[in-house]
Design a protein around this ligand. Structure first.
Ligand code: SF4
Length: 295
């Protein structure tokens, strides 16, 4: 039996754009990111990257794709080899990507370290000698080593202290402008997503239920699930009150999702139509799309 962790996930990421992806844990955010990178194989649908349909690409065909698309994830320590000096590990990455001259590689590593706010002498250290924030900088630099255009950031700051989170968020923002990057920014932290994103997609039980420019979504969340999710963060304007909406009930299992609208078991507006027919993602104006029969 196939469990559809994500289904009906339709979105584009434009050049130079940050698309935030939010939802409770287990809603399929990470699965979506990993499927775009083809670390997971989709059973259905298409992944088109820079005009090429990469859905069926074999390993060898994916190699050049990975020079344009990279992943930065939550646990930087797990992705660094503890027995290698970080500078050497970087050089290996560059060697694999056809930078054969040692001098050139050293120079490039130096540039990358500088770009993410690390010192040249840090190249000679082992991963355990760095703090969590510095390790995340290393992982970002390594992702940049191959000069990608799209970075899938999967909870890139969740494991860090709040003060360090801000530094990494600022670093990602400045790198984006400097290098013309696009990000798919996956996070459960709504404040960070609001700060980082141009547009935001809200996921519930494997489906996008709302997608809109960040301003529009945070000012006027329209899907009942988005309303509840976003009510957890403070009002947008000073003095404005937003009442926290507490959702009743558990998130249903993706093995056996509810018929019709997947949110209907927790939605206070549910009607007969909601259990019989699945709502489509409909445009409610401009770039604002919502999956709900009421809209
Ligand atoms: Fe609620 Fe029905 Fe809208 Fe689903 S379609 S969110 S159940 S009102």
């Amino acid at each position: 039996e196939t469990v559809k962790a994500v289904d009906g996930v339709d979105f584009d990421i434009h050049y130079g754009e940050v698309l935030g992806l939010v939802g409770e844990s287990g809603c399929g955010k990470s699965t979506t990111g990993r499927t775009i990178l083809r670390l997971l194989d989709p059973t259905d649908g298409e992944i088109v990257f820079e005009g090429n349909n990469i859905t069926q690409y074999k390993k060898k065909q994916l190699r050049p794709v990975y020079e344009r698309m990279q992943l930065v994830f939550q646990d930087p320590f797990a992705s660094l080899n503890p027995r290698k000096k970080v500078g050497d590990a970087f050089e290996e990455v560059l060697y694999v990507h056809k930078m054969k001259s040692r001098v050139e590689r050293r120079e490039r590593v130096k540039d990358l370290f500088e770009m993410v706010g690390l010192r040249q002498e840090d190249m000679e250290k082992y991963p355990h000698e760095f703090s969590g924030g510095q390790r995340q900088r290393i992982v970002i630099a390594r992702a940049l080593a191959v000069q990608p255009k799209l970075i899938i950031c999967d909870e890139p700051v969740s494991a860090l202290d709040v003060s360090i989170q801000a530094q990494i968020v600022n670093l990602l923002t400045s790198l984006k402008s400097r290098l013309g990057l696009s990000y798919l920014f996956i996070s459960h932290d709504l404040r960070v997503v609001k700060y980082m994103s141009d547009r935001v997609a809200v996921m519930y039980l494997g489906k996008i239920v709302e997608i809109a420019p960040a301003d529009a979504l945070f000012k006027n969340p329209t899907h009942p699930y988005s309303k509840a999710l976003l009510s957890a963060i403070a009002a947008i304007k000073p003095g404005q009150k937003r009442k926290r909406i507490i959702l009743e009930g558990e998130v249903p299992s993706p093995v056996n999702p509810p018929s019709g609208c997947r949110f209907r078991t927790r939605c206070k507006y549910t009607t007969k139509q909601c259990s019989e027919m699945e709502p489509e993602l409909k445009c409610i104006g401009g770039e604002h799309f919502v999956r709900c029969h009421l809209c």
